[in-house]
Design a protein around this ligand. Structure first.
Ligand code: ADP
Ligand code: MG
Length: 406
C-alpha cells in the first residue's frame, strides 16, 4: 500500500486531496441540537489531515454519520462534526451543503493551500452504499472529480464496498492514511505470532455478530473470556436457564459446538448482575450464573467474574478485547466493563481494544486511554480483519494507483 508519506513526498502542495475519514461519532439528540458524546474518531482523524494541511494540500474530507435512510436528514448533518474538527485542527473547516454536487464543486475550487472542506454526510446519497456498481460508479465519478488524489484513512469503513471507500480509489491516485497503517500494523500482530499467553475478551450484545471472529481466533488463543449479552447464549448452551437475559436461540447449537471443541479454553461468567428491568434506578442482585431467576435479566458480569477474568489477564502478553461486559451505558451495570477495562489496561504486553462501543466505554468511564497499546477506531472492520476476510477498502488500496480521471 502506498503510504501517506509517499504521497506527500511526491508533492501535494496546491493539490486537491480527497480524504475518506471515519467521523461517525455517537450523538445525543435528546436535548434538541445533536451533541457529540464521544469525539474519539474525530481526534483519531487529525494526524493525517494535519500532515496534508502542513504539506499545503487543499483537503476535502468525505465521511458518513449514522444511517440516514431517505436522503438528506438534518439530524444527521455533519455540522457538529465540522465544528469539533475545526477546534481540533485550530483552523476553519467549511461544510458543503451537498455531497458532491454544485456547492461541493464550487467550494472545492475555491480552496487555497492548507484549507479544509468537509463534504456533507456522504450517506445522504443513496448511491454511496448501493449494491449496484454502476450507480456507485456514477457517484464515485462525481466524488473523484472534486480532487486529484485520494487518501483513505477511514479504517472503520474499509470492510464496506461503498463508493467513497472503494470505487473512488479506482479512479484517483491513492494512498492509505496513517490511521489505516497503524490499525493494520496492530491487527497483524494479533493474527501473526502473538506473544503468549494470548487472551481474548469478548462481550457486547450479539453472539451472532461475533461467532465468525470466535471461530477464527479460537485456534490461536490460550483463553477466551466471554461476558456481555453474548454470554447468555453460551450459558444456555450449557443447559442453564437465563431468565429474561439476551438470548439468541438460533445460536445455542453453535455455542454448544464451540464449548465441545474448546471448552477448556472458553471461560464463562460465574456470577451475574441481574435486575427486573433495564432502568437506571433498578434494584440489583448478584446471582450465580447457573441460577438466574426466570423473572430477571442479566445486565452485567458479577464481581466474582471480574476477579476471575482479571486473574486470567494477569500473565497475558497479548490481549484483544471487544465488546462491553454489561450495559455500561447505565451506571448500575458499568462495573463489569470498568473492571475488565482496568485489567486489560494493566496488561504488560500488547493490549488492543476494538469495537465502537468498547472504545466509547473506555472513554466514557474515564479510563486512561494511554494505558492501552491501541484503541481501534473500527468495530466491524477490525473483527472482519481478524477473521481473515479480504476487506474491499484495503484490497483496493493495495492495487497500483490508476490514472486520474480529472
Ligand atoms: P462493540 O461496538 O464494542 O463491538 P457491541 O456493539 O457488540 O460492542 O455491543 C455493545 C452493546 O452491548 C452495548 O450497547 C451494551 O449495552 C450491550 N450489552 C452488553 N452487555 C449486555 C447485556 N448483558 N444485555 C444486553 N446488552 C448488553
Ligand atoms: Mg457496537
Amino acid at each position: 500500500m502506498r503510504s501517506l508519506s509517499d504521497l506527500i513526498s511526491a508533492g501535494v502542495q496546491g493539490t486537491r486531496v480527497l480524504v475518506r475519514a471515519d467521523l461517525n461519532v455517537p450523538l445525543d439528540t435528546s436535548t434538541g441540537d445533536p451533541i457529540i458524546t464521544d469525539d474519539g474518531r474525530i481526534v483519531a482523524s487529525v494526524p493525517t489531515l494535519r500532515k496534508l494541511i502542513d504539506a499545503g494540500a487543499r483537503v476535502i474530507v468525505v465521511a458518513h454519520l449514522g444511517r440516514p435512510e431517505n436522503g438528506p436528514d438534518r439530524s444527521l448533518s455533519l455540522a457538529p462534526v465540522a465544528i469539533r474538527l475545526a477546534e481540533l485542527l485550530g483552523q476553519a473547516v467549511r461544510l458543503s451543503t451537498d455531497v458532491a454536487g454544485p456547492d461541493s464543486s464550487a467550494q472545492a475550487n475555491a480552496l487555497t493551500d492548507g484549507d479544509v472542506l468537509l463534504l456533507e454526510n456522504v450517506r445522504f446519497e443513496a448511491a454511496e452504499t448501493s449494491k449496484n456498481p454502476e450507480l456507485r460508479g456514477v457517484f464515485a465519478d462525481q466524488l473523484a472529480g472534486l480532487a486529484q488524489a485520494y487518501v483513505d484513512d477511514a479504517f472503520g469503513a474499509v470492510h464496506r464496498r461503498h463508493a467513497s471507500v472503494y470505487d473512488v480509489a479506482l479512479r484517483l491516485p491513492h494512498a492509505a492514511g496513517d490511521l489505516i497503517h497503524a490499525e493494520v500494523e496492530v491487527l497483524d500482530r494479533l493474527t501473526g505470532e502473538p506473544a503468549r499467553p494470548y487472551v481474548v475478551v469478548l462481550g457486547g450484545s450479539k453472539v451472532s455478530d461475533k461467532l465468525p471472529v470466535i471461530q477464527a481466533l479460537l485456534p490461536t488463543v490460550d483463553r477466551l473470556l466471554v461476558g456481555g449479552g453474548m454470554c447468555f447464549t453460551f450459558l444456555a448452551a450449557q443447559g442453564h436457564d437465563v431468565g429474561g437475559s439476551l438470548l439468541e436461540e438460533d445460536q445455542v447449537e453453535a455455542c454448544r459446538e464451540l464449548l465441545e471443541q474448546a471448552g477448556d479454553r472458553i471461560v464463562l461468567p460465574v456470577d451475574i448482575v441481574v435486575a427486573e428491568a433495564l432502568v437506571a434506578d433498578a434494584r440489583l442482585q448478584v446471582v450465580a450464573a447457573q441460577r438466574i431467576p426466570s423473572d430477571r435479566k442479566g445486565l452485567d458480569i458479577g464481581p466474582h467474574t471480574v476477579a476471575a477474568f482479571t486473574d486470567h489477564l494477569k500473565d497475558a502478553k497479548t490481549v484483544f478485547w471487544n465488546g462491553p461486559m454489561g450495559v455500561f451505558e447505565l451506571a448500575p451495570f458499568a462495573a463489569g466493563t470498568r473492571g475488565i477495562a482496568a485489567a486489560v489496561a494493566a496488561v504488560d504486553g500488547l493490549s488492543v481494544v476494538g469495537g465502537g462501543d468498547s472504545a466509547a466505554a473506555v472513554r466514557q468511564l474515564g479510563l486512561d486511554e494511554s494505558a492501552y497499546s491501541h484503541i481501534s477506531t473500527g468495530g466491524g472492520a477490525s473483527l472482519e480483519y481478524l477473521e481473515g476476510k479480504q476487506l474491499p477498502g484495503l484490497a483496493v488500496l493495495e492495487n497500483a494507483a490508476t490514472e486520474s480521471t480529472t
